[in-house]
Design a protein around this ligand. Structure first.
Ligand code: T1G
Length: 724
């Protein structure tokens, strides 16, 4: 052994050097400070070796290298520019030394090579990968860009168009796709990657492959005429600019940086990349998106803990084959848990299966599923009109109509059909799970399992703890949600649970704003500019005004002081006018189906008279006021959920909003948003709207925190995803 550290091991096998990334103290290999410093030391040893034919870079873990250590990012981003710039210069100097070794280097990629983990592969002369390996430059998803030479080497290797697509999408590419683009040199069987890498060294030795040619390509300016470069960059700007929108600066910065250094050699290009990286790292967007990554990891850790005592779910059942029930059946079956889908109507079962079929066909057309896989999934959904085989299921999701009486009757009925240990869950969005548990003989085996619509797309599942729920019931439901590739958040029972409770405070702000004369189209525009995927009126149309009215009623009953209303709201008025939203083609807007079968949103003059019935004279209002009149109630309700222990961590609140209702990720969540404003400024702004009622009154705890400079996240704990 020539070198043995906590991250790297270097062995010599005759004239081949074997450099293995083997983090002894981490679940995956990451370039943290220690690993980077060790890389410098191992390079010193490598450079001292003589009579070497080549070097193979490999990993001892299933994940090849996951890139830079993201848990260190917020510390770096908060440091002065020079600290971050120095880190980049130092790493680039090491990667350049590695690239200039006097013998060929080959990366043997056996698993995920992401970010800096792929950039070190790009610094190698050759790359071979297992068919199961994946690779990419996902930095854009963190609001930043490759910082260790990725934006310089990748375009020189695979061309501007491909490289921009890789970097601006942040996509993780399968080995075959990477080979097709020219990012790697070969795909070989799993288990043969190291041997194949040694084979490449042999080919260089025998003169079949040239290291010099490779190095020349990566270190020279791009071989494009001015016109070719302009065309490539402008078409990339057109495609990427439209997709990225105004809130995410990283994709356009990537393109601008490639354009700026395309005519330069490697050594002159790298400082441009570093400067752009530092600029992006200093943005609030990067801070929020890194926070989201860390929060997501923290949620996963929490869910692993909460699900550790789970009973196995080998087979499940869903009651109701409507939109939600059908979605649950599809999601379970397509993730390997066979499911019985029961309904009382044959037509409903057929519709549920048809819907699953449509989703599967989409997967096939996108190349994500093989045609034979479709039959497997459909066969794993067993339609049923009776309780026949319910005795053998481990977990039931009740997804019948949102009516307490009907749900209680169905729950009692199914309990009589299942085993003593079967867990029964209810997919309710508004009904108290404590109330529903009273229908059961074994309430300890019961809890809520609230999916969001459309089930296949929305990542969140709220697991709602009733007072009677056992830890086994919670754990099993959490684990089942994870098996379905959903992100579970365990919440305590209250009207609206976590996400709808906060969302309806926002809708409360909206209905009051409309009543006070603001134009709902202008409100939608203001909130969309703020970053919401759709404004509140459009969102209510998608949710359905009947559902909205029902839920608003539940919230008004639960929190009459702040969510009750004195008179008729715009939601009531639209409901009474039978404008139910997208489901019947008219709500705030009018909807027509386009040639692809998608609902097109159109203005509808007919809605004016309905609005007129609940609105005082129309008024113009600054967009910032409109945004705050919705966001302040939302943020205060988010704080209340934490104070009321609906969940215990700020990251659960914020991720619930991001995953459940599409809160703009670049703003990090409601509590992160308050932290960014500063609690004192937030309370001062809320006080400007104090006359509007309790929805705008910060809690005592918020005021105390404002006084003492408190925050929901602390800088150090944000790095672990934990709340202050
Ligand atoms: N930093 C820190 N921790 C990481 C990590 C990373 N990059 N990647 C994974 N982990 C932890 C994760 O938190 C979890 O920890 C454990 O590893 C297993 O992860 C300068 C700027 C690689 C596809 O964005 O996409 O390089 O919960 O459960 O399903 O240009 O992890 O067990 O305590 O997700 O097998 C770019 C992010 C950095 C990759 C593996 N890199 N990671 O998936 O395992 S930016 C990324 C992933 C960069 C340079 C720059 C995935 C994975 P714990 P896991 P997995």
């Amino acid at each position: 052994m020539l070198f043995s550290g906590t991250a790297f091991k270097l062995l010599r096998d005759n004239d081949i050097l074997d450099l293995c990334f083997d983090s002894s103290d981490r679940p995956v290999n990451v370039f943290n400070r220690e690993a980077l410093s060790e890389f410098g030391k191992v390079l010193d040893v490598i450079e001292q070796q003589s009579d070497v034919a080549g070097l193979v870079l490999r990993s001892s873990k299933g994940v090849f290298i996951a890139g830079a250590d993201i848990t260190e990012f917020l510390g770096y981003f908060a440091a002065p520019d020079e600290v971050l710039a120095t880190m980049l210069v130092d790493v680039n100097a090491m990667f350049n030394r590695f690239e200039e070794l006097p013998f060929p280097t080959v990366a043997a990629i056996n698993g995920e090579a992401q970010g800096g983990g792929f950039e070190i592969c790009l610094a190698c002369d050759f790359r071979v990968a297992a068919p199961t390996a994946r690779m990419g430059l996902p930095e854009v998803k963190l609001g930043i860009m490759p910082g260790w030479g990725g934006s310089v080497r990748l375009p020189r290797l695979i061309g501007v168009d491909n490289a921009v697509e890789w970097m601006c999408s942040g996509a993780s590419k399968r080995a075959e796709a990477a080979l097709k683009d020219g990012a790697i040199d070969a795909v070989v069987h799993d288990g043969h990657v190291r041997q194949a890498a040694i084979g490449i060294v042999e080919q260089v030795r025998s003169g079949k492959l040239s290291t010099e040619e490779r190095r020349a390509v990566k270190s020279s300016p791009l071989p494009l005429s001015e016109l070719e470069l302009t065309m490539a960059i402008e078409s990339a700007r057109g495609v990427v600019g439209a997709k990225a929108g105004p809130h995410y600066p990283a994709p356009m910065t990537i393109i601008d940086t490639v354009a700026a250094h395309a005519t330069l050699g490697r050594d002159a290009a790298l400082p441009l990349e570093s400067a752009a990286f530092v600029r992006l790292a200093k943005t609030d967007v990067a801070e929020s998106l890194v926070g989201i990554f860390l929060n997501d990891q923290a949620l996963k850790r929490l869910a692993r803990k909460q699900g550790s005592e789970a009973l196995p779910v080998k087979r499940s059942a869903v009651l109701g084959a409507g939109i939600m029930g059908g979605g649950v059946a599809y999601q379970s079956a397509s993730n390997g848990v066979p499911i019985i889908m029961k309904d009382i109507r044959d037509e409903a079962l057929s519709a549920g299966l048809d819907e699953a079929g449509k989703l599967l066909k989409k997967q096939i057309s996108r190349g994500k599923l093989k045609p034979e896989g479709m039959a497997d999934v459909l066969n794993a959904i067993q339609p049923a009109l009776s309780y026949g085989e319910f005795g053998s299921v481990d977990l039931v999701v009740e997804a019948v109509v949102e009516n307490p009486g009907i749900k209680m009757a169905v729950l009692a009925e199914v309990e009589a059909q299942v085993g003593q240990d079967t867990i029964i869950t209810t997919n309710t969005s508004t009904i108290s799970v404590d109330l529903l548990s009273s229908a059961l003989q074994r309430p300890q085996n019961f809890c809520g399992m609230h999916f969001f619509n459309p089930v296949h797309r929305m990542p969140l599942v709220e697991v709602i703890r009733a007072k009677s729920s056992s830890e086994k019931a919670i754990a099993t439901t959490v684990a089942y949600a994870q098996a379905m590739r959903k992100t579970p958040i365990v919440v305590n029972d209250c009207p609206g649970f976590l996400v709808n409770r906060i969302l309806f405070a926002y809708f409360g702000g909206f209905t009051r704003l409309v009543a006070d004369g603001a134009d709902f189209v202008a409100i939608d525009k203001a909130l969309e500019r703020f970053g919401w995927p759709m404004g509140p009126a459009y969102l209510l149309d998608v949710v359905g005004l009947d559902t909205g009215k029902h839920a608003a009623g539940v919230m008004a009953e639960g929190f009459p002081d702040r969510m009750g209303s004195d008179g008729k709201t715009i939601i009531d008025a639209l409901y009474e006018a039978e404008r139910l939203g997208q489901k019947n083609g008219k709500g705030f807007y009018r909807y027509e189906t386009d040639s692809k079968g998608r609902a097109q949103k159109l203005p509808d003059p007919a809605v004016a008279s309905v609005i007129g019935s609940v609105q005082s004279a129309p008024v113009d209002m600054p967009a910032d006021d409109m945004v705050d009149r919705l966001m302040i109630p939302m943020c205060i309700e988010a704080a209340r959920c934490l104070e009321d222990h609906i969940v215990d961590n700020a990251y659960e609140v914020d991720m619930g909003l991001v995953y459940g209702v599409g809160f703009p990720p670049f703003r990090g969540g409601a509590l992160h948003h308050v932290d960014k404003m500063g609690l004192a400024d937030f309370c001062a702004r809320a006080d400007q709207f104090a006359d509007l009622g309790p929805l705008y009154h910060p809690t005592e705890t918020m005021r105390d925190m404002a006084g003492s400079g408190g925050t929901y996240y602390t800088k150090s704990s944000a790095a672990t995803g934990d709340s202050a």
